[in-house]
Design a protein around this ligand. Sequence first.
Ligand SMILES: Cc1ncc(C[n+]2csc(CCOP(=O)(O)OP(=O)(O)O)c2C)c(N)n1
Ligand SMILES: [Mg+2]
Length: 441
Amino acid sequence: MIRTELSRSAPTFSRAFSQSFTRQRDLLPTTQSPIVSKLDFFNSVGGKDKQIPTYRLLDGVGKPLEGAKLPDIDKEYAQKLYKNMQLLPTLDNVLYNVQRQGKISFYHGEEATIIGSAAALEKDDEVLEQGQYREMGVLLWRGFTIDNVMAQVFGNEDDTSGKGRQMPVHFGSPEHHFHTISSPLATQIPQAAGVAYALRRTPSRRSQNIAACYFGEGAASEGDFHAGFMLASTIPSPVLYIARNNGFAISTPSTEQYNGDGIASRGPGYGIDTLRVDGNDVLAVLSAVKEGRRRCLEQGRAVLIEAMSYRVGHHSTSDDSFAYRARSEVEDKKRIDNPITRFRLFMESQGWWSADAETELKARLKADVMKAFKRAESLKRPQLGELFTDVYGGQEPWNIKEQRQELTGLLKKYGEIWEPWRKELGKFRNKGQDLLNPQGK
Ligand SMILES: Cc1ncc(C[n+]2csc(CCOP(=O)(O)OP(=O)(O)O)c2C)c(N)n1
Ligand SMILES: [Mg+2]
């Protein structure tokens, strides 16, 4: 309409000029966004009223979907995946029943997401995970032992993660490229973008390694999520974000956590390649994370995978989830869609697993975990003076020196004569003598 009026009111314009004017005017500045004339709000990246689909290979009873391209795995590899998946609930159960350290968090229900992704990463990819917990399976897959786990949980002298100075299940291991966990949620998301950028700038690791960053759908509500995604989006670097959407952030259900289509819908907003995967299907997670990793390296850019699952266990030992969800809901999920059962049924259908193997595995894992538990319990805590080592790199600063002196003074005053202190000191290697008598005289 306007065009017609314009050409009528400007009869001296040449035809060529008028056409180019029209073309330019039909484009928006700085975008190739197609122009439509229908007033149509949308709230889904999948198109009108559609939800983002979920990638899956095995159905609920372990049968491959029609057209599913299964990853190329053999019997040994499948058994390794399965054993690692089974180890997580075994550790859960033992720690749950015997825990005396306050808060320990659990894994029930997310074994496929954790082990499937662990298996898809290279062992020297840098892993950053959510404050506190659920990705211990990645460490175990990489060779961190059950003894290592127990030493950290008990904070004994064998604890290589933090010499007994961290909260339980706050693991870390430079040897396993596993960055030490810190409690505040989502802090690892911008850090992972930075780690990936550092990888890109390190010639020996560029195009070789990625940073893999796990977080829950609850953590994705933190400001750090957006800061991290912005950084990863605008400063391209190979970071693979794995969002575990397990339906809950402690007692907050995901229905109250966001109003969009999960976490996956946010990826395209940041220009990040995104996939939603069935987090209870270990083979689908394995394939998805392998492909995500490949894309990260090939494009040198961030990728987002949202793994859909359900947190079957309580949030932690300090949570009773039946206060905010029905016991029957949990029982139903356990029965209908159990990631371990699903994979076991698949293995059985391949002739790779049997009832006898199952009984033997469960008994062996339980015995291994109990043995490590008893050993960890019997060990001393590190020397008390370790409290002050490795706090900072380089020269020890004055405040640490001052604190050591203060504690030594208190030990001299109360260590021998006050029963609660005497008793407590007995739990440490050398009973505080490394501070009281550093020369060993
Ligand atoms: C910044 C911050 N806020 C609150 C908490 C307390 N907190 C610990 S775990 C958790 C829930 C996290 O939920 P989600 O991210 O979905 O992970 P999930 O526990 O389901 O694996 C909360 C709120 C925290 N650790 N850090
Ligand atoms: Mg959650």
